[in-house]
Design a protein around this ligand. Structure first.
Ligand SMILES: [Zn+2]
Length: 381
């Protein structure tokens, strides 16, 4: 891990809900961490002229359909995680390795898949992106005692909603066992996306009591409108995904604002899925929900960074001294009305990504996926 100095910044977004843009014009990273928000003039291994770009935390996708390495069987594609890096994504959480062709549903197979995926993702980081993988799929074949065994094997995630339960609420005792073992449990919400599983209704969501209400705006098909206020009666984070129902997302967001509960909202993509591979899925969600949902850009970004990190119990997602240096530089797109990245987001234009750092290492400069910026960031050393 090298030392990096970024100069000529046009401000910094902390990733913490409610924070204003900080008037920061330089930052320094060492040993993978952000160590200073000023320039003391010392040289660094790598030096970047941000050309007025704003620094934001790297996006954390809390619903990514990873399987193994940088491959998605759902869209027969490789390289999609590396492509997401070019959409400012620096961390992904597996929504379970459910797309593995021939995935097992028997007790031994379900456990073996979760452990194998955990071991693999502990080692493999496509393009440097941190993938929290190995999410056990809660099936009726599992027993409550299995979760302590899996947790001891470092499986920290579980997903409910794909298992062959007559009603998904029947999985509640297994969800409790997973939570007691320290796992972060996410449920599928809404219509079934696999023919073998039953839909997840609002009653199921309330009974399951998961840590993350996965795609609360529908993975395939959303909940009825009158069920949406009840999401706020459940304990978990409320996830809004790019691949879901935009109308439901906006309705849930309005309810969150009304209840002063934006801290419960986490953005995600729910891709790759039938919707496709969407390298700009996180940025597009931030931009759509800021512009149509009337959120300040820093708050929309917090819903894709700091809020997500808190739910995943990670130190990333917030830009402050002592935290991991997972950083994206955002600039206004060329030819747009806005002169800054945050103003572009608030009017519904995708910003340009001009650099992405993970653990203080430069993983990409100008994104090959976002629009051209009004000014490029450049490496001066
Ligand atoms: Zn999903």
């Amino acid at each position: 891990m090298s030392s990096v100095v970024v100069r000529n910044l046009g401000g910094l977004v902390s990733g913490r809900l409610g924070d204003d843009v900080r008037p920061v014009d330089a930052l320094r990273c060492e040993g993978g961490l952000l160590v200073s928000l000023t320039d003391d003039g010392r040289a660094a291994d790598v030096e970047i002229d941000a050309a007025g770009a704003v620094a934001v935390p790297g996006m954390i996708d809390t619903h990514a359909h990873v399987v193994f390495a940088d491959w998605t069987p759902r869209q027969s594609m490789i390289g999609w995680i590396e492509s997401s890096l070019h959409g400012a994504v620096t961390m992904m959480m597996s929504a379970s390795e459910v797309h593995l062709p021939g995935r097992p549903s028997d007790r031994a197979g379900v456990k073996a898949l979760a452990i194998t995926a955990q071991r693999s993702w502990e080692t493999v980081r496509p393009a440097g992106v941190k993938v929290l993988g190995g999410s056990v799929i809660i099936e009726p074949t599992l027993e409550e005692s299995d979760f302590a065994e899996l947790a001891a094997e470092r499986v920290g995630l579980a997903k409910v909603g794909f298992g062959a339960f007559p009603r998904q609420a029947d999985a509640a005792p297994l969800v409790r066992a997973a939570q007691a073992a320290g796992m972060i449990v996410m449920n599928h919400t809404g219509g079934a996306s696999l023919p073998s599983s039953s839909p997840v209704t609002i009653d199921d969501v309330l009974t399951l009591g998961c840590d993350i209400i996965g795609h609360a705006n529908g993975g395939t098909t959303s909940l009825p409108d009158d069920a949406l206020p009840l999401l706020f009666e459940a304990p978990g984070a409320i996830q809004l995904v790019q691949a879901g129902n935009l109308r439901s997302s906006l309705a849930i967001l309005a309810l969150a604002v009304e209840r002063d509960a934006l801290d419960r909202i986490v953005f995600a993509t729910d891709t790759p899925t039938g919707t496709g591979v969407m390298p700009l899925g996180m940025l597009k969600t931030v931009t759509e929900l800021a512009s149509l949902g009337h959120l300040r850009a820093p708050d929309a970004i917090a819903c894709a960074t700091g809020n997500n990190a808190r739910v995943l119990r990670r130190d990333e997602g917030i830009l402050e001294v002592g935290r991991p240096a997972d950083i994206a530089l955002l600039q206004a797109p060329l030819g747009g009305v806005a002169t800054g990245a945050l103003a572009a987001i608030e009017r519904g234009d995708l910003p340009s990504v001009t650099a992405v750092l993970i653990d203080g290492d430069v993983r990409a400069m100008r994104s090959r996926n976002t629009p051209a910026p009004i000014r490029e960031a450049t490496r001066t050393r």
